[in-house]
Design a protein around this ligand. Structure first.
Ligand code: ATP
Ligand code: MG
Ligand code: MG
Length: 553
């Protein structure tokens, strides 16, 4: 049968179901370490794990891989749960590797009893030196032949807190000559007198990743344990523990990490960006974190769509961030109301001299030409309107379809106007345009017979609400900052944030106060979202993405 539509993991799952393995059961897990906020790379793993379970009638656990007390925190646990839910997924069980500490300890004793684990007093430097290099066998530790009784006694005393950090470790006896360095008697327990965010001071020895992860999978009877490619060399050890302990045979499968252009994706680097103040926090809209891109205005559906489109690869690759931007544009184009906002520190005031001062009309403007059901809104119009300074040129080049002296444009949803006079201050700066409007040209009932090439957006001066607009761009100016040796300072895009003043339609502010405003399109300017920094007096908008790919030019 043709299985070209399945990714390689789905093919494995379908084979397992067909062969009756685990009676067709599919149980995955998403195993974050709570030492930072989730990023878009994690979103890929979440979509994959939850997506597989959904597709094959299975279940997915959310398991916190919290075996390193020093770097972990409940703040991260809470943010992770929030982000997974926001992406649209619901877990079967909320579990913690730390809940298995006693069981893991018992597994370790079982290995000691089988003669497969020993307490080693070597320093970490000595252990590293014993391991040697992949091309030559390692050296055996002088502690490797301790008796079972001795090992059991020392291990119990490690647990009891008799030794300081680093004094002893528990290692497993696998193969010091293996070309796979992971198998050269890896450490499975170390002493760490540290407070754990869940177990407090109950433990002063903690299991290493390799001794916690696979066993946790097995305890939960996970059928397909999906992880990223750097764990390929860990797989033999994963299988070895399962075999030696004779426990449920979870299997590990590896896929390529998601890397995105113009950003970094490791929690360590993201944390550094936060700590060094290059961004305002984990949820800075320039961050590739779920919290950051949510605040930027991305939707859960756009991120799921992106994860679908990139698919599941077996080789590491670098995905163009333009694809992520494409996904959000596709969605917002269909769903967002259009509104008018003039984004300008010094917008240009246009005075319509033949329109009575104090007169006001309400224009009805469609919310979204892509969505007939989206209706219309009221937009007040008056004698004085703001336009973008860019929409006027005193000496226009050819094919300039916006406003110039003697030229005509349509004010979107309102009238055709003509520029009669340019007013300047003593420095020569244009302060005002004097215009006249064509009364018969009102949108929807235009009988003027005049055809104009350009339509520009505007905001009525007496009705305009001042807002702050944050124009975000790529955080880094190099395509692959993770592969660049230079310091952040040299790699960051100096113009990744530009803050401008804007004047917006009053309807937008009413919607924002009522809480009904989510994503909007500022006509001709891009997609925006209201930011949490807004106050009732001064809304703040974040630009999610421009209307077109400005970088493709
Ligand atoms: P980081 O290096 O960013 O800290 P991590 O792998 O240490 O990532 P974990 O919290 O351990 O972070 O990851 C939880 C799960 O998400 C793991 O299964 C991991 O393989 C997966 N994951 C992490 N980063 C990516 C990525 N860039 N692409 C796909 N999956 C990822
Ligand atoms: Mg990890
Ligand atoms: Mg990490």
């Amino acid at each position: 049968t043709d299985r070209g539509h399945l990714n390689f993991i789905e093919q494995i799952v379908e084979d397992d179901i067909a062969s009756g393995k685990h009676r067709g059961r599919v149980h995955t897990r998403f195993p974050p370490e709570p030492n930072g906020y989730l990023h878009i790379g994690h979103a890929k793993s979440i979509c994959l794990n939850f997506g597989l379970a959904d597709k094959y009638g299975g279940k997915t656990n959310l398991r916190f891989d919290d075996t390193n007390p020093v770097t972990e925190d409940t703040e991260y646990v809470d943010s992770i749960k929030n982000d997974v839910r926001w992406l649209g997924f619901d877990w079967e069980n909320e579990l913690y590797a730390s809940d298995y500490f006693e069981q893991l300890y018992q597994f370790a004793e079982a290995l000691i009893l089988k003669g497969l684990a020993y307490v080693d007093d070597s320093t970490s430097e000595e252990i590293a030196a014993q391991k040697g290099t992949p091309t030559e066998p390692g050296r055996l530790s002088i502690y490797r032949d301790r008796s079972v009784d001795e090992n059991l006694d020392f291990f119990r005393r490690m647990r009891a807190g008799e030794y300081p950090d680093g004094a002893k470790v528990l290692r497993v006896k696998v193969d010091m000559a293996s070309p796979n360095m992971q198998l050269r008697d890896p450490i499975i327990y170390r002493i760490k007198h540290a407070h754990h965010h869940r177990t407090g001071n109950t433990w002063c020895i903690y299991p290493m990743y390799d001794f916690a992860h696979g066993q946790s999978d097995s305890i939960e009877q996970i059928t397909h344990s999906l992880c990223t490619l750097e764990f390929v060399p860990h797989r033999p050890l994963y299988d070895w523990f399962i075999e030696q302990l004779n426990i449920f045979p979870s299997r590990q499968y590896e896929f390529a990490r998601l890397n995105l252009t113009y950003t970094v994706m490791s929690k360590r680097k993201l944390k550094k960006l936060v700590e060094e103040g290059h961004v305002t926090g984990w949820d800075d809209p320039r961050m590739p974190t779920i919290a950051g891109i949510r605040r930027r205005g991305y939707t859960p559906a756009s991120i799921r769509d992106f994860c679908d489109r990139i698919g599941v690869a077996r080789r590491d690759n670098l995905i163009d961030v333009g694809l992520l931007e494409f996904c959000i544009r596709e969605e917002l184009n269909k769903t967002t109301p259009r509104v008018m906002a003039v984004l300008d520190e010094k917008p240009l005031k246009l005075v319509i001299t033949n329109y009575d001062e104090g007169r006001e009309e309400i224009m009805r403007i469609e919310n979204n030409p892509e969505d007939a059901s989206s209706g219309e809104r009221d937009v007040p119009f008056s004698r004085d309107v703001y336009i973008e300074r860019d929409d006027f040129m005193e000496v226009p080049p050819k094919k300039f379809f916006r406003l110039f002296p003697g030229g005509m444009v349509r004010l979107k949803g309102a009238y055709i106007i003509k520029c009669d006079e340019v007013i300047k201050d003593e420095t020569g700066e244009i302060t005002e345009l004097r215009c006249s409007y064509i009364p018969e040209s009102r949108s929807g009932s235009d009988t003027s017979g005049i055809n104009v090439k350009g339509t520009i957006h505007w905001v009525s001066v007496p009705h305009a609400v001042e807002a702050e607009v944050r124009l975000y761009d790529r955080l880094f100016s190099v395509e692959n900052p993770a592969a660049d040796e230079r310091d952040f300072q040299e790699l960051l895009n100096p113009t990744s944030l530009e803050v401008v003043r804007a004047f917006v339609e009053p309807a937008l502010v009413d919607a924002s106060r009522s809480g009904s405003l989510t994503n909007v399109q500022f006509m001709r300017k891009g997609y925006f979202i209201l930011d949490a920094d807004s106050t009732p007096e001064r809304p703040v908008f974040n630009r999610t993405v421009t209307l077109k790919d400005a970088w493709a030019k």
